[in-house]
Design a protein around this ligand. Structure first.
Ligand SMILES: [Cu+2]
Length: 121
């Protein structure tokens, strides 16, 4: 009687362990199937005549949002000519969706010494 009960408990424990293993395998499988993360948004502050951060690495599909925190207008303008925020006044924002991989160097047309770079991977 005691032996049979112990044996039955043993089978139950084995079944529970097997269930736990299957659950763990399902979690690992789900993680592997979901390697692409949803798009993110990255903020670049234009502050004290600098882009902060000056360099940024983002994933394809991510958005970069520049916000002018200075009291004078600035731009975020690609050296390639591919994109341009136009003049951003105080507290104005402009967003860019990183839709092509590559290295984007940009600057402010009003203050060309203001420079930044976006790396899209
Ligand atoms: Cu500027």
């Amino acid at each position: 009687m005691t032996g049979r009960l112990a044996s039955r408990d043993g089978r139950g424990a084995a079944r529970r362990a097997a269930t736990a293993l299957l659950a763990a395998a399902a979690v690992v499988g789900a993680a592997a199937a979901c390697t692409r993360r949803p798009p993110r948004s990255h903020a670049v502050a234009i502050r004290s005549f600098t882009f902060q951060p000056a360099t940024l690495t983002v994933a394809l599909g991510d958005t970069v949002v520049w916000t002018n925190e200075d009291v004078v207008p600035h731009t975020a303008t690609a050296r390639s000519g591919g994109w341009d925020s136009g003049s951003l006044s105080t507290r104005q924002s402009w967003r860019f969706v990183a839709d092509a991989p590559g290295h984007h160097q940009y600057f402010c047309v009003f203050h060309p010494n203001m420079q930044g770079a976006i790396e899209v991977r």
